[in-house]
Write a protein that binds this ligand. Structure first.
Ligand code: EZ4
Ligand code: CO
Length: 402
């Protein structure tokens, strides 16, 4: 079974997505997600101009060799653009393997390790009261785990406080919006926020929080200590993720569980974090981590170090990538939790899927492959328009982490 056609669609069904379609000589179609928020066209070009021509004629079943061919064969390894492009191909090949063998992808990855996957969703508000209402709404919708983000008194628009719909923050147009940040009010307010949430919702609700890479190690240690009484499920992305040794300092100071890795692309980004047991959850996601082939290796590597998976699953990766995460999470023993924000109606209309949400869990389907189909006509009627994540500066104008 060989690849005879490789197409890349850049469209905007609810938001910008890059979707890869592979066709085989026996008439099967496989889907991959190549969306990299704010850098969509770079991945589309990497696929169209460099990888697709080399994919024609390759054997579908040889996922390991094809992955190595594109990873090693480029000479220029790693990085989000490269790894997202390779990831889209790898996921589409696994989708094809499942369809050819008439079985869901998780059966090819080790079979079912669990019946359903615990998910967390987002609750956000402009202020504390608003945020408590959002947590109540998420709980009423069935979620058992909720990421809580709130506007901070004294600060303007900040990360995590969007319009409230199932949409990751983007500024439409050719330039990103700019936000302004001060760390001290944030560090004072977040423990108050979680005190209020615990008081209102009791001990059972699983609570998460994302600092979005804005803290220094010592600030992160302070926040993690101050949050200890509220028993978070995890504290995410405290410090910029590049410097793995930073986590030693944080880890020594706190028992708050730590998560990081949504911006990682390879095992090399997290090898020290995992092998020194500096984190509890690894946020690398299947589409940005080079696909199912490397993610299975990373999960197996992390398992003896007590590090669990916690795949990034915002609405800026498509339902194809979410489905890949669900098949991965179904198969590995050290699954932790899956992020799930839901999708805009226009996105749901373009991607049909057999996974479903219920009772705080995502339930993977039993359709062959990933259980996803992409409606090209519907999606392509909504053309790509440039959109960027915001950028962030300190009050004196210093460029800062967003
Ligand atoms: O900022 O997906 O945990 N989720 C996050 C997301 C990321 C966006 C980047 O495109 O941190 O909100
Ligand atoms: Co995050």
């Amino acid at each position: 079974m060989k690849i005879i056609d490789c197409q890349v669609f850049v469209s905007c069904p609810g938001r910008n997505f890059v979707t890869l379609k592979l066709t085989t000589d026996n008439g099967l179609v496989g889907w991959g997600d190549a969306t990299l928020n704010g850098r969509e066209l770079a991945v589309a070009s990497y696929l169209r101009d460099h990888l697709c021509p080399l994919l024609i004629g390759r054997e579908v079943m040889n996922t390991e060799d094809t992955w190595q061919y594109f990873y090693k064969g480029a000479y220029w390894r790693r990085g989000p653009v490269t790894m997202t492009a390779i990831g889209a191909i790898d996921v589409a090949l696994w989708d094809l393997k499942g369809k050819a063998l008439d079985t869901p992808v998780y059966n090819l990855l080790g079979g079912r390790s669990r019946d359903r996957l615990l998910v967390y969703t987002h609750a956000q508000g402009q202020d504390l009261d608003d945020t408590l209402t959002a947590v109540a709404t998420a709980q009423a919708a069935g979620y058992r785990a909720i990421r809580v983000q709130s506007g901070v008194p004294g600060l303007g628009k900040i990360y995590g406080i969007g319009s409230g719909d199932a949409y990751e923050p983007v500024s439409k147009g050719v330039r990103p919006e700019e936000e302004t940040w001060r760390t001290e009010p944030y560090l004072r307010f977040v423990p108050e926020l979680f005190a209020a949430v615990r008081k209102e919702f009791g001990p059972d609700l699983l609570l998460l929080h994302d600092s979005h890479h804005r803290l220094t190690p010592i600030e992160a240690a302070r926040l993690a200590q101050d949050l200890e009484p509220y028993h978070l499920f995890w504290l995410e992305d405290t410090v910029p993720a590049e410097h793995q040794a930073s986590f030693r300092l944080i880890r020594e100071k706190t028992v708050t569980p730590l998560a990081v890795g949504e911006v990682f692309n390879t095992l090399h980004d997290c090898q020290q974090l995992v092998s020194e047991q500096l984190i509890d959850y690894l946020r690398m996601t299947v589409s940005h981590g080079g696909g199912l082939t490397p993610m299975m290796k990373i999960a197996h590597f992390a398992e003896p170090y007590h590090v669990k998976t916690g795949c990034h699953g915002p609405s800026d990766i498509s339902p194809i990538a979410l489905a890949a995460c669900l098949h991965f999470g179904t198969a590995v023993n050290n699954f932790g939790i899956q992020e799930y924000m839901g999708y805009a109606d226009a996105t749901e209309a373009a991607f049909s899927h057999d996974y479903s949400f219920g009772d705080g869990y995502l339930h993977v389907g039993d359709a062959p492959g990933l259980g996803i189909e992409f409606d090209e006509a519907t999606a392509n009627a909504q053309p790509y328009a440039p959109a960027y994540l915001p950028v962030n500066r300190l009050e004196d104008g210093t460029m800062f982490d967003w």
